[in-house]
Structure formats: structure tokens, C-alpha cells
Design a protein around this ligand. Structure first.
Ligand code: SF4
Length: 445
């Protein structure tokens, strides 16, 4: 199935209208956000031209617009992890985009009349496309038979090793899980397709994988340790202790080899001190949405177990432990526009998130975004599509202007900032930072 001509026309008209309203945002960024929010599809011919590339690894969530069982064709099993849009008729400066599959997207990666792989919107080719390079260690099978990509996939064009050590979340069911998140259902769909996808990664298996990564000459610069929240215990450990054991094991064998990051809940200060002592250098207590009421509705488990005020206070406490620039909470850009509880007008959403951004950035803490993907296996994705392109454009402008207004450096742990340089693939916030902006320095491990 492909997008109808009317959907393609609507997408083209919307893109042009948003570009006219936001002339200060590069067109590359607008296309990237539109591809992220609408998803993308691939023709078999384009995939066949991709040669050696890193396939989509489902590193934590599905980040797709359809369940895998409802998608057919090569794209379902052979899509790349990311694509880079570069060159083409408009001479795109490079932007890296995470692949979110949608067979009905108006954006299709296809082969043009001259045999080149490009991104098309209806009959128009917008930009050349490169597929994410395949790290040398891909294809390795660990001693227990596990493919290494199940344990230590690379994303962000090879910059980041994404180590999801717990593939489920103890916020379970509609009453508790974050309404935009499909971690538990994605785990089930991967297992039901017979893919190797394990709930908990044994520490030894992770270390074995990292030995292969290190020996392969991988140019990864950082790792992220993450997984679902632990509200009681897992293998007899609380959330901090469970994730810290991986950090300690990695840093004991590979001290300072990669920049260690951890995505866990906003934990009490004493736990954050232990995370820092384990060698982690960037802490992501993801906040998801700023508005008080929406936080309660969209993150009911976090709201009930931790609470909004405590969550905010713990972010501030963590800044004392890590330094403000090393605490980077994530906002899921777009969920605040979801029905039935979200904002109706984009202006109101920009004002709300702008307030949250200013609150943190005034204190030197720079939140980042993940552009919302309406995953159909999540609660929200069953009734909601993506937020509008206009919303995403305005949000990026808001982020950029507040960031500049406070004279802050680029967030650390994402590589170089600026259009043509950025590798962060699930949002354009790194692409809208002025080239040459210095990156915040981190204290040593
Ligand atoms: S805490 Fe929320 S976003 Fe994180 S894994 Fe659990 S349900 Fe998903």
C-alpha cells in the first residue's frame, strides 16, 4: 500500500506552507521532522542498492506506524536503522533520520530515473539518501548464539551503542504505562515473530558483545544504558542498583572507553550519586511533557509513583551531582497535542513547553526532544496520529531561541552540532544549533 495522490499533495502543500511560515528553519530540518512524524517506506529496488548497511534493530520501542504483523515486503525486515538525506536537486545539507516504517507514508525511498537512491514525495525527488553504515562487528554471533545486534546495536550513524538491558517496563497496562510508549507490546510482537529479543541482558553477554565492539575498531563514542522502569525490584535489585551493575561492569573492563549515559527515572539524590560514581557521565531523567495536567494523564505511572514536583526537584538535585549540562531530560515532542486531553492550538503548546524549557535552561539544564511517533501498539497511538508539522517547526524554533537566549553550549554526548554535522536521528534539535557552537565540557569519569 502507498500513499494516495491526495495525501502526497497535502504533504507537499503543508511542507511548503510551513517552510514559508518558518523561513529561519532550514528546509532539511522540516523534511526530517516530517519524515519522523509521518514515517517512511522503501521500494525493494532502493533496498537492493543499499549494499552493506545497518538494519533497523528495534533498539527499544517499535518506532513504527504499523504493527510488524500488518506490514509486508522487504522493507519490513530489511529497512535500515537510519537514513541520511543529502544532496539532490535542492542540495540538501546532511541530516540523519531514524527510520520509522509506514507503508502509507507519502515519503518513499526509491530509485530515481538516473539510478540513484533518493527520498521522494509523490513524483518529486527531494534529496539523495544514504543508508546507515554497517559497523564492522555486525554479523557477529555471541557464544550463547545471540546475534550481537540484539545486545549492542549502533545508532546515530555509529556514534552511540544503545544498550537496552531490560526490554520491558514495570509500569504495565493502560493505568500505569506512559500512554505514548509501546515497550511492553513491542517486546511481545518481536517475540511472536520469533526474533531473538530478550527481556533482560545478562551482564556477561553484554561484556562479551562489547569486547567484539572494541576489537572491531568501531568508532562509537558513547553508550546509553537503559530499559524500562523498575517500580519494585528486578533480579532482587531496585532500579538504580539494577542499572548500576552494568555501568560498573563496563567501566571496570573498559574504563573511559566510551562516554557513559544512563536513561532511568528521576531517582533520589543518593541513587544519582551512586550512578555518577559508577562512571556514568550523562544522566537522562526523562520528563516527557511539561504541562502539569498532561504529565498526570500521559505518564500516569510516573505521576503516581514519583509525582511531578518530586520529578522536577530530582532533576535539579541531579544537576548538583552531575553538573547541569550533564543532566538532559527528554521531552516527547508532540504528545502534548494528542487528543482528547492535549492542546488544540499549537501556540498554546509552544508556550507550555517553552515555559518548561526556560525553567530548566535558566539553570543550565538543556532538555532534548524525541519527535513523537504514534506507535499503534501504544495507548495513545490507537487513537492519535502525529502532531502537525507546524507544531514541530514552532517547537524547534522555541527550543533554539531559548537555548540561544541563555547563551548555552550544545548538549554533550551527541557529537558535533549544526546542520550537516548532527547525527542525532530522532529529533532535529542538534541540527538547529548554530554551527560552531561549543559543546559543553564534561567532568572526567
Ligand atoms: S517509564 Fe514510560 S516511557 Fe519509560 S519504558 Fe516505562 S512506560 Fe515506557
Amino acid at each position: 500500500m502507498t500513499a494516495t495522490a491526495s495525501v502526497q499533495d497535502e504533504a507537499r502543500r503543508t511542507l511548503d506552507a510551513v517552510a514559508a511560515e518558518f523561513p529561519d528553519l532550514p528546509r532539511e530540518v522540516l523534511v526530517k521532522e516530517d519524515v519522523l512524524r509521518r514515517g517512511v517506506w522503501f521500494t525493494p529496488e532502493a533496498l537492493a542498492k543499499g549494499n552493506e548497511y545497518a538494519r533497523k534493530s528495534y533498539f527499544i520501542f517499535s518506532f513504527d506506524h504499523r504493527p510488524l504483523s500488518e506490514m509486508k515486503g522487504e522493507a519490513r525486515d530489511h529497512a535500515p536503522e537510519e537514513i541520511a538525506l543529502e544532496g539532490g536537486p535542492s542540495q540538501f545539507r546532511r541530516v540523519v533520520v531514524s527510520v520509522r516504517l509506514n507503508p502509507e507514508s507519502p515519503y518513499v525511498v526509491a530509485v530515481d530515473g538516473e539510478g540513484a537512491v533518493g527520498l521522494s514525495l509523490g513524483p518529486t525527488f527531494l534529496a539523495g539518501v544514504a543508508f546507515s553504515p554497517r559497523p564492522a562487528y555486525y554479523g557477529t554471533v555471541l557464544t550463547d548464539g545471540t546475534p550481537i545486534t540484539e545486545v549492542a546495536p549502533s545508532i546515530e550513524w555509529g556514534y552511540l551503542l544503545y544498550l537496552t538491558v531490560f526490554r520491558m517496563c514495570q509500569y504495565f497496562g493502560k493505568e500505569e504505562e506512559c500512554q505514548f510508549c509501546d515497550i511492553n507490546r513491542n517486546f511481545k510482537q518481536q517475540r511472536s515473530l520469533g526474533r531473538p529479543y530478550f527481556a533482560i541482558k545478562p551482564v556477561d553477554r553484554l561484556l562479551e558483545a562489547l569486547r567484539h565492539v572494541a576489537a572491531s575498531g568501531s568508532h562509537a563514542k558513547a553508550y546509553t544504558l537503559t530499559g524500562g522502569s523498575i517500580t519494585s525490584d528486578l533480579e532482587g535489585l531496585d532500579e538504580a542498583s539494577f542499572y548500576i551493575r552494568y555501568a560498573e561492569a563496563i567501566e571496570a573492563e573498559f574504563p573511559g572507553r566510551w562516554l557513559g549515559k544512563m536513561v532511568v527515572q528521576a531517582l533520589p539524590k543518593e541513587a544519582v550519586v551512586r550512578i555518577r560514581r559508577a562512571g556514568i557521565r550523562i544522566y537522562h531523567p526523562n520528563y516527557e511533557v511539561w504541562d502539569k495536567d498532561l504529565f498526570g494523564v500521559l505518564c500516569p505511572g510516573k505521576s503516581r509513583y514519583v509525582g511531578r514536583d518530586t520529578w522536577i526537584q530530582r532533576i535539579l538535585d541531579a544537576a548538583e551531582v552531575f553538573s547541569p549540562s550533564a543532566v538532559i531530560p527528554n521531552f516527547v515532542a508532540g504528545i502534548e497535542m494528542s487528543k482528547p486531553h492535549g492542546f488544540v492550538r499549537e501556540e498554546d503548546a509552544w508556550r507550555s513547553t517553552g515555559e518548561g524549557l526556560d525553567y530548566f535552561m535558566r539553570r543550565g539544564i538543556v532538555p532534548r526532544f524525541t519527535t513523537y511517533c504514534p506507535e499503534p501498539l501504544s495507548v495513545l497511538g490507537q487513537t492519535n496520529g502525529p502532531a502537525s508539522l507546524r507544531y514541530h517547526a514552532g517547537l524547534l524554533r522555541t527550543w533554539r531561541d531559548i537555548h540561544q537566549g541563555h547563551g548555552l553550549p550544545a548538549p554533550p554526548g551527541y557529537g558535533a552540532p549544526g546542520l550537516g554535522q548532527g547525527v542525532f536521528s530522532v529529533s532535529s534539535f542538534m541540527d538547529v544549533i548554530a554551527p560552531g557552537t561549543p559543546v559543553a565540557e564534561l567532568s572526567p569519569s
